[in-house]
Design a protein. Sequence first.
Length: 172
Amino acid sequence: MKAPELELSRYGDPVLRKTALPVEKFDEELTELADRMIETMRREDGIGLAAPQVGEPLRLIVVDTSHDEAGVHVLVNPEIVSSSAENEADDEGCLSLPGITLAIKRPARVSVKAQNIKGEPYTIENAEGLFARALQHEIDHLNGILLVDHVSSVQRALLRGKLKKITEARHD
Ligand code: NI
């Protein structure tokens, strides 16, 4: 029997603002969570998902900017170890902030140190473009940081109505 689908946490859910906890147990349960996060990401047509977005305050992310089976990265306890001085701005969305797209400036390239689902060292050197952006976005989630934190207070004020709608819709 298939497990019920994971529910997405939306803006306003306190889990999105928590600092996620390091993963210490690399067990069957963790593998299952990662698999189900991949399913959820695909279902929602996303290119990345962080565990807090499915209500689990754990340092686990999945990223797939290639849209093919082999291109999925599952990163446990990921950390950005270096970022380029050069920045790049591009439009970004978030499954937890439906209907919002913002131009966000981030380092163009990053290297990430993490573990794989078995707890083995896993590194990504000099990711760039959309992949670098997705990694930074998902790692932000593990630190309770959302897209709206990257924009000016003026821009954020303009989003107030949309954010209120997302928050209110959560409990419908
Ligand atoms: Ni997001």
